[in-house]
Design a protein around this ligand. Sequence first.
Ligand code: ADP
Ligand code: ADP
Length: 226
Amino acid sequence: MAGIHISEVSKVYTGGVKAVSSVSIDIADGEFIVLVGPSGCGKSTLLRMVAGLEAISAGEVKIAGRVVNEVEPAERDIAMVFQNYALYPHMTVYNNLAYGLKNRGTPKAEIDARVAEAARMLEITQYLERKPRALSGGQRQRVAMGRAIVRKPAAFLFDEPLSNLDAKLRVSMRGEIKRLQRRLGTTSIYVTHDQLEAMTLADRLVVLNGGEIEQIGAPLEVYHAP
Ligand code: ADP
Ligand code: ADP
């Protein structure tokens, strides 16, 4: 089962800031969860704990049946997409997509097949030999998503991936992310402060406030709640 189980997870930063307090979320295999809430409510900290980029102070995170608290980020079966794309500027798009697989020792033929498939899905095939600086913002964000897809991870973690794009592109990329996730069926956690993005993408919304879950439910339940 490739779901994500977050059980009573807390984060206290050095210095005593309680960023996340005993949060539990059971995410089903293939479910798309969106974390929303005001700035500073703990969204990014929670996502980073699932990703392994931040130590967990208390509680447990399970991904695809495996407790990941002590597992190095590279060994977690997840792929993360950031708002600043985090592409390697000196590498071609092909090599940006292939890099993680090469490091894992994936055979060249398999790498080429996966890169070709992801590039086709994201319509970036014609840019494979370009460097990121020769791409538009939307194309760069597609490459960032491609890099996540080629790994075929148990889960995607999105940290405000569209917030650097202009409004029009945000709307079209939003639709694209939803289509891709439906097609791939990959369990996803998506952090945003954009309410429309949250409504469009979420199977279930989690509203955080002060490091705690304030509401959790289908988008219409949450936004129509009294
Ligand atoms: P959000 O993503 O919802 O804006 P964050 O998870 O970034 O919220 O932050 C939650 C709380 O933790 C805030 O009070 C923030 O100031 C604090 N915080 C975030 N990162 C650190 C850090 N590295 N050290 C100390 N406090 C932090
Ligand atoms: P460098 O990293 O030295 O710039 P390249 O980017 O040209 O080298 O290619 C690195 C490796 O990736 C080579 O094995 C090359 O054949 C392969 N490669 C590059 N682009 C593609 C592509 N579009 N399809 C398949 N293989 C590619």
